[in-house]
Design a protein around this ligand. Structure first.
Ligand SMILES: CC(=O)N[C@H]1[C@@H](OP(=O)(O)OP(=O)(O)OC[C@H]2O[C@@H](n3ccc(=O)[nH]c3=O)[C@H](O)[C@@H]2O)O[C@H](CO)[C@@H](O)[C@@H]1O
Ligand SMILES: C=C(OP(=O)(O)O)C(=O)O
Length: 435
């Protein structure tokens, strides 16, 4: 087991480069299954454990997948197998995103039921509702969801009860090869949806309206492998923006797209952070004193739930009372307990947390409960007194590339160690000095 060990007190400065977006690359790789001719070449792909997992799922479905130097090449021209087993879905829920492509291309998909995870129960009823509207028969049993259609899927009108990101993506992928027109209403508007639509259109699909509340898809007979470059990761960008702000730092987050980050920029500016739109990205300058604000997570363009735990770290350092309300996931406050272990004054009331800051945080051993919590706890460690040890880094590796190296490059005192060598050399030297 590995740990991140961070010693608080360093101001961050310099430049950090953002990778391609995890939440854009996973659906795009799932969509490569739709290309019955030619190879798909996906560029700007981050080497995350989730990317390795989706590549494994695709190989299991009888495709050839290569992943080198930030480029994934998929040849899906052979006949596809249609089953994604539990061993993959357990590792990564986004494996269910192959369902729409498989159903669209082969008329059949069998995917292990994803189950819940640390942030809530996360059902996929809206995905299935879309497939059923297009004529698929859906059966759930023995731990699997099976969807099948006689012949081709038929275009349909589908209204989502909630603008689910995954349901929007899965139904879009199913609809591009369906017969006729599909109209999806109350859909997700996240930038990752737009990236997927752009990829599907390059492949020969006809998808209009991505980024708005209604998407219209004209089904086509065939799709082809094409080249596509993934958009920058707005959540990774936001994570480094918060790290800069909390340390009173001055950091250029290269690759951050301001339009993708408007709700975060607005809240950070309200807190007194200076954010400058530069040619290469966003420059973030932390103030001496942060002001408290209230936050409510919402589907895009609202405040992203994937930035909630990082903002919790920042609000703990702010002067006054702040409230965060989580409306997207039913149980995404597990990290609050870990912040408490660092001395935070946090109260959980239903779907809200109330924080009284500024909290002088103390270094402690804390466990990451999901990937964003791993980042948020490390960020809190940047301003805590003494050493913070963050465990359960398998979560971090799902969504961040070289996280501790990037922070170290900005001046943080941070290392990642194996459990056996728990005490890093620098800390041992401190202990010798103190003795
Ligand atoms: C790989 C990926 O892109 N993951 C992102 C995606 O997850 P994901 O696509 O799973 O998130 P959704 O937008 O689907 O889920 C949002 C909410 O809707 C509920 N729901 C969803 C589908 C459904 O059929 N029924 C249902 O009730 C979920 O339980 C959750 O409470 O969007 C989330 C919300 O922005 C982000 O936090 C995740 O990082
Ligand atoms: C919750 C997240 O991802 P996933 O949907 O892949 O679990 C996330 O990226 O913060």
């Amino acid at each position: 087991m590995e740990k991140i060990i961070v010693r608080g007190g360093q101001r961050l400065s310099g430049t950090v480069q953002v990778e391609g977006a995890k939440n854009a690359v996973l659906p795009v790789i799932a969509a490569t299954l739709l290309a019955s001719e030619g190879k798909s070449v996906i560029k700007n792909v981050p080497p995350l454990s989730d990317v390795y997992t989706i590549n494994e799922v695709l190989r299991h479905l009888n495709t050839d997948v290569e992943f080198n130097n930030g480029e994934v090449i998929v040849n899906a021209s052979r006949e596809l197998f249609v089953e994604a087993p539990f061993e993959y879905v357990r590792k990564m829920r986004a494996s269910v995103l192959v369902m729409g492509s498989l159903l669209g291309r082969t008329g059949k998909a069998r995917v292990a039921l994803p189950g819940g995870c640390a942030i809530g129960s996360r059902p996929i009823d809206q995905h299935l509702k879309g497939f059923e509207a297009m004529g698929a028969k859906v059966k759930v049993g023995n731990g699997f969801i099976e969807a099948e259609v006689d012949g081709r899927l038929k275009g349909a009108k589908v209204y989502l009860d909630f603008p689910s990101v995954g349901a929007t993506e899965n139904i879009m992928m199913a609809a591009v090869l369906a017969e006729g027109t599909t109209i999806l209403e109350n859909v997700a508007k996240e930038p990752e949806i737009v990236d997927l639509a752009n990829f599907l259109n390059k492949m020969g699909g006809s998808v209009v309206g991505a980024g708005t509340g209604t998407i219209r898809i004209e089904g086509v007979d065939r799709l082809y492998g094409v080249e596509h470059s993934i958009i920058p990761d707005r959540i990774e960008a936001g994570t480094f923006m918060v790290a800069a702000a909390i340390t009173q730092g001055d950091v250029l987050v290269k690759g951050a797209i301001p339009e993708h980050l408007s709700s975060l920029v607005a809240k950070m500016e309200e807190m007194g952070v200076t954010i400058i739109d530069e040619e290469e990205g966003l420059r973030v300058i932390g103030p001496e004193k942060l002001k408290s604000v209230d936050i409510k997570t919402m589907p895009h363009p609202g405040f992203p739930t994937d930035m909630q735990s990082q903002m919790m770290a920042l609000l703990l350092a702010a002067d006054g009372t702040s409230v965060i309300t989580e409306t997207v996931f039913e149980n995404r406050f597990m990290h609050a307990e870990e912040f408490r272990r660092m001395g935070a004054d946090i109260k959980i009331e239903g779907r809200s947390v109330i924080m009284n800051g500024p909290t002088p945080l103390q270094g402690a051993e804390v466990a990451a409960t999901d990937l964003r919590a791993a980042a948020a706890l490390s960020i809190a460690g940047l301003v805590a007194d003494g050493y913070t040890r963050v465990t359960e880094l398998k979560h971090l590796d799902r969504g961040y590339v070289n996280f501790h190296q990037k922070l170290a490059g900005l001046g943080a005192d941070i290392e990642r160690v194996k459990e056996v060598e728990e005490t890093p050399v620098s800390e041992q030297q401190d202990m010798i000095k103190d003795a």
